[in-house]
Design a protein around this ligand. Structure first.
Ligand SMILES: Cc1ncc(COP(=O)(O)O)c(C=O)c1O
Length: 423
């Protein structure tokens, strides 16, 4: 049975959550906009917009000058580093800011690649976004060998036996996604890190898709690197990387001489997006405030973030169950990924489907006309759509649920889909 509206809406203060996002007032052809496109980028609360504009009004300058706005800029960056340290569960000097996840990963692959050559192996997965594949595959130019890990096609999970087989004494790096941005699978990254370390390899985690849906704890994972993008967790279009201090200090980035050798400055080249960085603090504070509202006695921002995610996970799971339950009634619909509610701990509420007789583009377009924002295509999870043989037919229709979505939106979406399929 699907969960009732009351059971779903209790713990999270949804009216407050929804009131934070000005874009929710948007309408399309008279229909209220339903943002189910969050895997491509979430909406932002007003405080993020304010932080960006306040920075530009009151602090706009370059760093390290002997005057007030430059000083404020230094403080803005330090505050965001501390916010992201609370988000990752690490120290502030282990946080590197960048343009986005892809460019941060290319930076890391170039630096790590300086140490690789013929005989060295890199383990990648066919479930991953191409941004955690192509930058490492590029190291084949240096003679390194890529070993791709297969997926279980039935439920779009990672084949952990294959992963264990691919890792050996030549493995230098294992790069794996925390969660699939196409089909929602959450990987057992802790086990991947353990296997990588047992072989003496580094573990690089792409947490871009996971970060808005679950708590990140880099110390508990013991990963060497973990990267995410703030525009996927209610912030500005930027990326942030966690690196173990020892690696950030030891590896050799390609950098301009003016960048100091201090970490993380040695990894942050040129002038950063200061206004975006101001927005990052605000989006982390937004998540922490969800936790503070749930439990006013939380002692630290980190504890508030973890409290927020406990409820976000529970609520999103209920929404996901309701959506999948409704989708199962559609004749000719194929759901890709984990569909058994007993196993929903292993998936995000990111749903990929195809409906016989309708291309994903047609469905997304018709939904878009009715105010439902969804995606069609491969979302750069190109190896996956090729494996599943849907690349040639337009990929999937992807419906992405977030803690700011409602039961009412899920039900309206199912109604709209029924109408589209029947017409
Ligand atoms: C799982 C995953 N990894 C990596 C990326 C690339 O992130 P960015 O746009 O920050 O480079 C995305 C973007 O959609 C993603 O979903």
């Amino acid at each position: 049975m699907p969960i009732t509206q009351d059971a779903i809406s209790t713990a999270l203060d949804l009216p407050w959550v929804r009131s934070q996002f000005p874009s929710f007032a948007e309408k399309v052809n008279g229909h209220p906009a339903a943002y189910l496109d969050g895997p491509g980028g979430t909406q932002v609360p007003q405080r993020v917009i304010d932080a960006i504009s306040d920075y530009l009004k009151h602090s706009n300058a370059n760093t390290n000058g002997a005057y007030a706005t430059s000083d404020r800029t230094n403080q803005t960056i330090a505050a965001a580093r501390s916010a992201m340290a609370d988000f990752f569960g690490c120290d502030a000097d282990e946080v590197v800011f960048g343009f986005n996840m892809t460019s941060l990963t290319y930076a890391m692959s170039r630096a790590l690649g300086r140490e690789l050559g013929p005989g060295d192996e890199i383990v990648l997965t066919l479930l991953d976004h191409d941004a955690n594949f192509a930058p490492w595959q590029a190291l084949e130019e240096r003679g390194a060998t890529v070993r791709p890990v297969a997926i279980n096609q039935g439920d779009c999970t990672l084949d952990m036996n294959d992963l264990a087989r691919q890792i050996n004494s030549h493995t230098r790096l294992v790069a794996v996604g925390y969660a699939s941005n196409a089909v929602g699978t959450i990987n057992n990254v802790k086990e991947v890190v353990r296997l990588a370390h047992a072989a003496g390899a580094l573990a690089y985690i792409d947490a871009v898709h996971y970060a808005p849906h679950g708590p990140v704890d880099v110390r508990a994972l013991d990963c060497d690197f973990l990267v995410c993008s703030s525009y996927k967790f209610f912030g500005p279009h930027m990326g942030a990387l966690y690196g173990k201090r020892e690696h950030l200090k030891r590896l050799h980035p390609y950098k301009v001489r003016a960048n100091t050798n201090e970490s993380p400055n040695r990894w942050e080249w040129g002038t950063l997006n200061h206004e975006g960085i101001a927005g990052i603090t605000a989006c982390v504070e937004y998540i922490a405030d969800i936790g503070r509202r749930l439990k006013p006695s939380v002692p630290t921002r980190r504890a508030a973030i973890l409290t927020a995610y406990e409820e976000i996970v529970r609520y999103e799971r209920s929404l996901c169950e309701r959506l999948i339950h409704g989708l199962r009634e559609f004749p000719g619909l194929k759901l890709y990924g984990i569909s058994d509610p007993e196993r929903f701990d292993h998936r995000c509420p990111t749903i990929a489907v195809r409906i016989q007789g309708h291309s994903p583009l047609e469905l997304a377009t018709k939904l878009g006309e009715r105010g439902f924002f969804t995606w069609d295509g491969n979302y750069y999870a190109l190896n996956l759509t090729e494996q599943l043989d849907v690349e040639k037919d337009g990929g999937f229709l992807r419906i992405g649920l977030f803690h700011y979505n409602t039961v009412e939106e899920v039900d309206r979406l199912l109604g709209a889909l029924r109408e589209i399929v029947a017409s």
